[in-house]
Write a protein that binds this ligand. Structure first.
Ligand SMILES: [Zn+2]
Length: 178
């Protein structure tokens, strides 16, 4: 989604963690390491957020973007190769799908245009920051990732990239050196 032009209502990290926990709870996935992100966006998301229309689209429709959610209509588009990658459990693509799911849950009908395009917005109001935090929380819930001992353990158990695992370690201040 074009991040520069929109701001979201402020959300704390804790608020977003709770939202991701609620999603897992709604699908009985609280204690499961590997979150099935593709079935979730295809079959589950609409039940949580009516009005979301999930669609797989060819690359040129989205330009350089891998996915997008229209904050006005709820159209949720994932580029075909990203979708296929996520189906194959490729970590980077799984994260992208989870990120867009965050937009779908938090930002449809809630965004406001930034008065001056390109103006700096507060982190807590930044839709991209919020969607990234949501993706990290959904794929690596606090209560499950907290006791991990190594980056490799996190990437294997949760189906995430090393970069995503490191970012999560930093965010939660987990005692693993990165
Ligand atoms: Zn985004």
């Amino acid at each position: 989604m074009s991040d520069i032009y929109y701001q979201a209502p402020a959300r704390s990290g804790d608020n977003i963690e709770s939202l991701a926990d609620a999603v897992r709870q709604a699908f009985n996935l609280t204690h499961q390491d590997f979150f099935p992100v593709v079935p979730f966006v295809e079959l589950g998301l609409q039940h949580m957020q009516p009005g979301i229309e999930f669609d797989i689209v060819e690359g040129d429709l989205l330009g350089a973007r891998m996915g997008a959610v229209n904050p006005l209509t709820g159209a949720f588009m994932i580029r075909e190769d990203v979708y296929e990658g996520a189906v194959r459990h490729e970590p980077r693509h799984r994260f992208t799908v989870a990120h867009e799911a965050g937009h779908a849950l938090m930002h449809v009908g809630t965004l406001n245009r930034v008065p001056i395009p390109g103006a700096k917005i507060l982190t807590y109001c930044d839709p991209e920051w919020q969607a990234n935090r949501f993706a990290g929380a959904l794929l690596m819930p606090r209560h499950l990732v907290w006791h991990a001992r190594t980056i490799d353990e996190i990437t294997t158990r949760f189906g995430v990239s090393r970069e995503a695992a490191k970012a999560r370690i930093k965010t939660l201040k987990i005692g693993i050196s990165i």
